[in-house]
Design a protein around this ligand. Structure first.
Ligand code: SF4
Length: 292
């Protein structure tokens, strides 16, 4: 259901990564998290090995690679955790107008302006986050990795994920397509879709995880029936190979994309697909962020 409160709706649809002079950490109210999510942007250079036409990151001004300073991330996060009261309600001034129920801290999410698993410091950041979470047992929040799934087979990425999941952690892994042809339109990457499927199988054999799938129209064409059949077949393959998929999260464009040729699909499209995922792939599926 869409939020009735216009202030909450504005917060949920507006996710700026700038906050209080911070370099890495930015708090948002997230529909999917169900409250406040503190994002950690590891891609200051905006680097990504995907080139999704729906991406909202402006890459017209390239930035040089910058080393990630793990203690600086921790200091920014500690300051935000200090703004949470004994009930876990985030008292930052930017959320002052929202009711307490909507601004409870839910998670710290590693995501940002690119693919976070690409950075060499990824495992060290995850280890720090696990330690930080352990130091605040009074606060009930998760650690979330949001990834495009391409590099889950790297040993350092697996090490980082193991750190997150040693605490209260989750991985939300992207799968936007069933055929290589649609994948090369909606994600555009040198890494093939079969490698992503293999990565998701390997991940789910070790840890339960969630799949995030964004569906949109491209150049006036919504994903055709054979594309959706192939997507469902991929989900079925991943599950049949012994991978534990806790949930499939379906969504569409919520904010202005990089390319105007990219358009949102409607709520009925996503709900029909969720029904097919449950019926044909035997998986739990939820639709996020669409309004009737
Ligand atoms: S994977 Fe995410 S950051 Fe990378 S291009 Fe796609 S939407 Fe943008």
């Amino acid at each position: 259901m869409p939020p009735k409160d216009p202030g909450l709706r504005r917060e949920q649809s507006n996710h700026p990564r700038e906050f209080a002079g911070n370099v890495y950490a930015y708090p948002v109210v997230s529909r999917r998290s169900g409250g406040v999510s503190i994002g950690v942007n590891l891609n200051l250079d905006k680097a990504c090995n995907f080139d999704c036409p729906y991406c909202q990151v402006d890459r017209t001004l390239p930035k040089p690679r910058q080393a990630i300073v793990v203690p600086a991330i921790r200091a920014e996060l500690e300051a935000m955790l200090a703004a949470c009261d004994a009930n876990g309600v985030c008292r930052l001034a930017k959320f002052a107008a929202l009711p307490d129920a909507d601004k409870r801290l839910k998670d710290i999410a590693v995501s940002g302006d690119g693919e976070p698993t690409m950075v060499p410091e990824f495992a060290a950041v995850c280890a720090m986050l696990a330690e930080l979470q352990g130091s605040r047992p009074d606060l009930d929040f998760k650690l979330v990795l949001i990834t495009n799934s391409t590099l889950l087979d790297r040993p350092t990425v697996r090490e980082g994920i193991a750190s997150l999941l040693s605490r209260k952690g989750e991985v939300w892994a992207k799968l936007d397509a069933g055929t290589e042809a649609w994948y090369q339109r909606v994600n555009i990457s040198r890494i093939g879709l079969d490698r992503i499927e293999a990565n998701l199988i390997a991940l789910g054999r070790e840890h339960p995880f969630k799949i995030q799938s964004l569906f949109c129209g491209l150049d006036g064409e919504t994903p055709p029936r054979d594309e959706l059949d192939a997507y469902l077949a991929r989900l079925g393959n991943i599950r049949a190979a012994g991978s534990d998929i806790a949930e499939v999260q379906l969504h569409t464009l919520a904010r202005k994309p990089a390319q105007a040729a990219c358009t949102p699909v409607d709520a009925a499209f996503l709900r029909d697909l969720a029904d097919r995922i449950q019926a044909e792939a035997g998986l739990s599926a939820r639709v996020y962020g669409v309004e009737d």
